[in-house]
Write a protein that binds this ligand. Structure first.
Ligand code: FAD
Length: 457
């Protein structure tokens, strides 16, 4: 008997229930990745994620080869390719991790219908991409939680599934053909400081974080922009090169406040995934409608470009936006304050910002990106929809030394200490020499526009 395992956002051999089940139930297994034309056509796969993905596939192939197997890569329509591989190998079963997006649900439905016609069976494994599957905990009478705290409480009380080791051997039928496993070299437009992908790197990062980072996590250090003391595991979680279930288990074993704080962040990830699974439309429409008449690419083109390029004249905003362009990643505090600046201070549609983030973020994730944007825009699950983060105060508070700004905004490198957050206070002659832009908006005016628009007295 032959089974196919279709890899999606779960590019690992450790703790992979579909792979383990396929190996246990069949004599031969085809580990398959389809470069899905539909995903390429949406433009969702930006160069940073494409390059990281290439690393992940190369590493997955290596890890499968260590176990006697290999990765089969195909391109085109995912359902057509799965059917073709199943026909070529006389496979009767397809194993797949359950996804949360509208697209993932549609893919699952199409695969199920196609396999029913062809006489095959689809086995969907839940709780592979998140620590707990969406829907594992629900409030009475509703299909998802809209408030984090009660979700967190119930989530913590659940026993997650067991963590699985990698399969010992994977036997792939000889005759099944594969496109070459892509490398990142051919991908153009990649951010120069992009991290490397793959399960080997992801697991090493996790082990190092458990050893050296996690204990101090949450003592305020995770908000210190210059300190850069978060795990940077988000791209690995997005591509599934580490397992959220395994991270939760290991962190709980470690114990302590830092580990607890870290597990809470992983719960945030599950929280957003269960919102999107229940409300797939929230990827593009307000979760809670506030009837905002946002400024758009047509009416605020100049402001949007300044924000995207890190030229708003607010150093902390510009530093974070430039980090995004350079690394394909941004610190969480940076994401919060740049998103607040775009949506509240410039009053620009959150979708404009979410699209730019998704284009560059290596961890760009439909659930986490869109719903965090909605949280900041006050159209999502936040209980304080009209809160505005003041970029000057955020700068002094989360980058008190100014080191983060000087790292990313070289025009201000000569300005010492926290003064870097208010360049407009520098002598006019020095300002002219530095060549750093003037603020695109007056903060008080921006705030007044937002309050008017939201009908706040
Ligand atoms: P750590 O602080 O080490 O946290 C560990 C893990 O917890 C993260 O890797 C992540 O998986 C999870 N996590 C932490 N905070 C959140 C959160 N608020 N929501 C969901 N999961 C969280 N995260 C993404 O993974 N992809 C995105 O596309 C994304 N877009 C965002 C957009 C905005 C506007 C904002 C405010 C936040 C966004 N986040 C996103 C959440 C968060 O900023 C990142 O997960 C975090 O900065 C990643 O760095 P880290 O791995 O070092 O995080």
């Amino acid at each position: 008997k032959t089974s196919v395992v279709l890899f999606t956002s779960d590019l690992r051999v450790h703790d992979h229930p579909p792979l383990r089940a396929a190996v246990a139930r069949a004599d031969a297994v085809v580990p398959l990745f389809v470069r899905d034309r539909a995903i390429a056509d949406t433009g969702f796969a930006g160069p940073n994620r494409e390059a990281f993905l290439a690393d992940c596939l190369a590493d997955l192939d290596r890890r499968l080869r260590e176990r006697g197997g290999r990765l089969v890569v195909r391109g085109g329509d995912v359902v057509d390719q799965v059917r073709a591989v199943m026909a070529e190998t006389d496979a009767t079963e397809l194993h797949l991790s359950g996804g949360v997006s509208g697209y993932a649900h549609a893919r699952e439905r199409r695969l199920r219908a196609a396999l029913e016609r062809d006489g095959g069976e689809l086995l969907v494994h839940d709780g592979v991409i998140t620590a707990l599957p969406p829907g594992a905990v629900t409030p009475a009478g509703r299909d998802h939680f809209a408030v984090f705290t009660p979700y967190h409480r119930q989530w913590c009380a659940q026993r997650p599934r067991d963590v699985l080791g990698p399969p010992r051997g994977v036997r792939v039928p000889d005759h099944v053909g594969s496109e070459p496993v892509p490398g990142r070299d051919g991908v153009e437009g990649v951010s120069p400081g992009l991290a490397r992908g793959g399960e080997s790197v992801g697991r090493a990062r996790w082990k190092a974080w458990l050893r050296d980072g996690i204990d101090a996590y949450g003592e305020g250090g995770q908000d210190d922009l210059a300190g850069d003391a978060t795990s940077r595991l988000s791209p690995h979680l997005h591509f599934g090169t580490v397992s959220a279930t395994e991270l939760v288990r290991d962190a709980r074993r470690r114990q302590g406040e830092g580990a607890e704080n870290f597990v809470r962040q992983l719960c945030w990830r599950d929280f957003h995934h269960q919102v999107l699974a229940a409300r797939p439309a929230a990827a593009s429409r307000d979760y809670r409608t506030r009837e905002d008449r946002w400024r758009t690419e047509r009416t605020a083109a100049e402001d949007i470009r300044a924000w995207q390029e890190g030229r708003t004249g607010y150093p902390i905003v510009d530093a974070a936006m430039r980090q995004l362009l350079h690394e394909g990643w941004m610190h969480n505090r940076g994401r919060l304050l740049t998103a607040s600046f775009l949506t509240k201070t410039l009053y620009v549609d959150w979708r404009v910002g979410a699209r730019h983030f998704r284009r560059f973020l290596v961890d760009g994730d439909l659930a986490d990106n869109q719903l965090n944007w909605q949280w900041i825009a006050g159209t999502g699950t936040d209980s304080r929809p009209n809160r505005v983060l003041n970029p000057v105060r955020q700068g002094h508070r989360y980058d008190p030394s100014g080191d983060y700004v000087r790292r990313w905004v070289p025009e201000l490198a000569e300005v010492a200490g926290g003064a870097v957050h208010e360049p407009w206070k520098l002598p006019a002659a020095q300002r002219a020499r530095l060549g750093y832009p003037e603020p695109v908006v007056d903060l008080a005016e921006g705030l007044a526009r937002f309050r008017r628009a939201r009908g706040i007295e």
